[in-house]
Design a protein around this ligand. Structure first.
Ligand SMILES: *Cc1c(COP(=O)(O)O)cnc(C)c1O
Length: 415
C-alpha cells in the first residue's frame, strides 16, 4: 500500500495542471468500423453522432476493406488466433516470412524483419547495430518513436535543422571520423505533411560515407507513382539503407511494423533488437490481412491515384477559401490556427457540423503552431470533402480568419 494520499495528490495536481493548460486529451468512442463515415460517442455517454472522419491514417481506405477482412478471417481459421511466443522461440510462421519477403520486394530493399509495431522497430534498430564509436544525426522534427530509439542507443547523438541540407552537411563534416554515421529522417513529416529531400540526402550520405535511415510510416502504400514511398517519389529506390514503416496506417491500419534495408542490418536486428527478441510476434490474423493489402496495391495504383486526386481537391479548396496551410503535396493538410484554444474551439465547432478533425497544439507541435491536421483518404468521396469544406468555411468565417495571414490571426487570438 504505497499509494498514499500524498502520492495521489502529487499526481492529481499534475493532471490538473494539464487540464488547466488546456491540453488535456479526451478519447472519443467510435461505434462503427473505421471509414469516412463513422458514428461517434462524444462526450462520454452522449448519443451517437454520424460524422465524417477527416483525421485518420486510413490513407488507402483499406482499414475496413471487405477483402482484407476476409483474408484476416482465413488467417484466423488456418493459422490461429495467437502464437504465444516471440519470433525466435516458436513464434515464426510461414506467413511471417512470406510477409517479410513481400515487404522487401515492395520497398526494393535487401531484406526485412517484422516488429510488433513501427514504434518497436524504431526503438530497437539503432541499439541493435550502433556503438559508442558511431554517430546518429537526425532531423529535428523526427517522430517521437525515433527519438526514443536514439535515446536507447549508445552512439553519439546530433541533430540538424529541419530539412536543412547545408546544416546536415556541416554535421556530416563535424562527425567525419566516426566509425558508422547514420542520418535519420521521416519520409513524410506527420505534423506538417512535407517530405524529406531524399535525393539530396542520398547524395550527401554517399559523399560522406554515411547511412540513410527513413521512417516511411506516413508514405508506404501511396507516396510515389506506384505507392512504394518517398524513396520512389525522389527516385532513390535501392539507396536507402534502412527503412522503417508501419502496417498500422495505410497498409491495413491494424498493427505491426518493420525494419527493411541492408541485409546485415536486418540480421543484426534479428540477433539483437530487443522489441523483436522480447515482445510477442505479429498475430497471424494481422499478418494475413497485411498480405492481402499487398495483393490489392501491388500493380494497381487506383487507390493511391484517387487519394492523390482527393488530396489535391481538398488542399485547393482550403487554399482558395483563404486558410493558411502548410506547404506540401501529401494527404496530410494542416490548417494553421496558431493558437491552442482557437484550434480546440474550431475542432469542437467542426464536430457540431458533423466533421471530425482534431486540434493539435504544444507539446505535439511547437508553441504558437496550433493547427487542425486534416488527413485525406481514398475512402473519401468528393461529397465528403465538399461537406467538410463547407463546414470549414462556415467556421472560418465565424472566427474571421479567412484570407488572414499568420500575423493577423496571431494578432487576433494570440500565440
Ligand atoms: C505512426 C508512426 C509510428 C508508429 O507506428 P506504430 O506501428 O503505430 O507503432 C512511427 N513512426 C512514424 C513516423 C509514425 O507516423
Amino acid at each position: 500500500m504505497g499509494y498514499s494520499d500524498k502520492v495521489r495528490n502529487v499526481l492529481q495536481n499534475e493532471l490538473q495542471g494539464i487540464e488547466d493548460a488546456g491540453i488535456f486529451k479526451k478519447e472519443r468512442f467510435i461505434h462503427s468500423l473505421q471509414a469516412a463515415d463513422i458514428e461517434v460517442e462524444f462526450p462520454l455517454g452522449s448519443s451517437l453522432k454520424k460524422v465524417i472522419n477527416m483525421c485518420s491514417n486510413n490513407y488507402l481506405g483499406l482499414s475496413s476493406h471487405q477483402e482484407v477482412i476476409k483474408a484476416a478471417h482465413d488467417g484466423l481459421n488456418h493459422r490461429g488466433y495467437g502464437m504465444s511466443s516471440v519470433r525466435f522461440i516458436c513464434g515464426t510462421q510461414d506467413i511471417h516470412r512470406e510477409l517479410e519477403n513481400r515487404v522487401t520486394e515492395f520497398l526494393g530493399t535487401e531484406d526485412t524483419i517484422l516488429f510488433p509495431s513501427c514504434m518497436d522497430a524504431n526503438t530497437g534498430v539503432f541499439e541493435a547495430f550502433m556503438t559508442k564509436e558511431d554517430v546518429m544525426i537526425s532531423d529535428r522534427l523526427v517522430h517521437a518513436s525515433i527519438i526514443d530509439g536514439i535515446r536507447l542507443s549508445p552512439a553519439l547523438r546530433d541533430t540538424f535543422k529541419h530539412s536543412n541540407m547545408k546544416h546536415l552537411e556541416s554535421k556530416l563534416q563535424l562527425h567525419a571520423d566516426r566509425r558508422l554515421k547514420v542520418v535519420i529522417t521521416d519520409g513524410v513529416f506527420s505534423m506538417d505533411g512535407d517530405t524529406a529531400k531524399l535525393d539530396e540526402m542520398v547524395a550527401l550520405c554517399e559523399k560522406y560515407d554515411a547511412m540513410l535511415f527513413v521512417d516511411d510510416s506516413h508514405s508506404s502504400g501511396f507516396i510515389g507513382k506506384t505507392g512504394r514511398g518517398t524513396h520512389e517519389k525522389y527516385n532513390v529506390i535501392g539507396k536507402i539503407d534502412i527503412i522503417t514503416t508501419t502496417f498500422g496506417k495505410a497498409l491495413g491500419g491494424a498493427s505491426g511494423g518493420c525494419v527493411s534495408g541492408r541485409k546485415e542490418i536486418v540480421e543484426m536486428c534479428r540477433q539483437k533488437a530487443r522489441p523483436y527478441l522480447f515482445s510477442n510476434t505479429m498475430a497471424p490474423v494481422v499478418v494475413s490481412g497485411v498480405l492481402k493489402v499487398f495483393d490489392l496495391i501491388r500493380g494497381n495504383t487506383e487507390r493511391r491515384d484517387k487519394l492523390e486526386e482527393n488530396a489535391n481537391f481538398w488542399r485547393k479548396g482550403l487554399s482558395d477559401a483563404g486558410f493558411v496551410l502548410k506547404d506540401g503535396d501529401t494527404p496530410i493538410v494542416p490548417v494553421m490556427l496558431f493558437n491552442a484554444k482557437l484550434a480546440q474551439d474550431f475542432s469542437r465547432d467542426l464536430y457540431d457540423e458533423g466533421i471530425y478533425a482534431i486540434g493539435f497544439f504544444f507539446p505535439v507541435v511547437p508553441k504558437a503552431q496550433a493547427r487542425i491536421r486534416t488527413q485525406i483518404s481514398a475512402g473519401h468521396e468528393i461529397h465528403h470533402l465538399e461537406k467538410a469544406l463547407k463546414a470549414f468555411i462556415k467556421i472560418g468565417k465565424k472566427y474571421n480568419i479567412l484570407g488572414k495571414t499568420k500575423k493577423e490571426i496571431i494578432a487576433m487570438y494570440g500565440r
